[in-house]
Write a protein that binds this ligand. Sequence first.
Ligand code: SAM
Ligand code: DTB
Ligand code: SF4
Length: 334
Amino acid sequence: MSSAAPSRESGAAPPPRHDWTLDEVRALFDLPFAELIFRAQQTHRRHFDPNEVQVSTLLSIKTGRCPEDCKYCPQSVRWNTGLDDEELLPVEVVREAARKAREAGSERFCMGAAWRRPKDRQVDRVIELIEAVREEGLETCLTLGMLTAEQAERLRDAGLDYYNHNLDTSPEYYEDIITTRSYQDRLDTLENVRASGMKVCCGGIVGMGESRDDRVGLLAQLANLPDHPQSVPINQLVRVPGTPLEDAEPIDPLEFVRTIAVARLLMPEARVRLSAGREAMSDEMQALCFLAGANSIFYGDKLLTTGNPDVEADRALFDRLGIRAAGTRPPAGS
Ligand code: SAM
Ligand code: DTB
Ligand code: SF4
């Protein structure tokens, strides 16, 4: 074996569980840091190459004036965040953005719209966008808000690979954050997406002033879904001026790393995405997150409306850590 080959954990992996109790998840969070990270890294190596990270690019295809009241979100019509609103983007603009993302090395193109739920005629327009992105050779992901079963089936038929819909936080903390759609509404949309056969991208946000028990509750909800989401974005709140959470107490960085590690242990086969908030993280903290089992990021200098590290910074980070983007191969002989 060449010295650059990652050591993989051998032995049969236990089957994924869907019956986690809150006490069990709490006990993982309570482990000494070194023990938690070691276990997470062991689990990670059973299922993934630890030196490979999946990269996706985000584009806001419809920006601002959202009727929902999510307290973290710069796009809610209720908060004055100085955002430039934009109607649904034309297909050629989206195609061009997808082409650039592919040229930069991105594998998946994720499009987000500031809607509560799309109307059927809006789904028609979005299907044209899916087709254009597919023609550029990228995997596709959408996040449009709540979906009916029929809409999910139409998107699946158009070739959509992933649908992102987050639970955001624990059921207990949820009403402190959003009042215009319920936790159950979210579970219903997730069920519609799952039943359509599309892959599910579902995670949450930390650093919103929630307690550790809320982080425990969020991860237990995700892990106890009928199937684990294939992709689990863990967002660190981007504190946008004008939103009610602009002054939220930042989360302790090591507690964030613990959240990643517990997500990896609960959902061993999922891509755990180190999602929003990386601009505020040091290289060292991101390295710890990868060590804890994160293996996906957003790539490109913008998320939906807020900033993200630029491609050069991420290339330099990957080089420092010996990480390569999924879908790329190391040079022969290395
Ligand atoms: N409107 C759709 C919805 O909410 O279902 C899709 C777009 S919405 C912006 C997608 C996700 O972005 C939210 O569920 C939330 O998890 C995340 N998000 C929004 N604002 C954020 C912020 N300031 N910091 C971190 N994550 C954020
Ligand atoms: C997810 O969990 N995070 C992404 C994606 N899914 C759509 C969105 C992050 C948004 C951060 C705030 C913004 O840029 O507007
Ligand atoms: Fe609207 Fe989505 Fe933002 Fe909530 S998170 S306000 S639903 S765009």
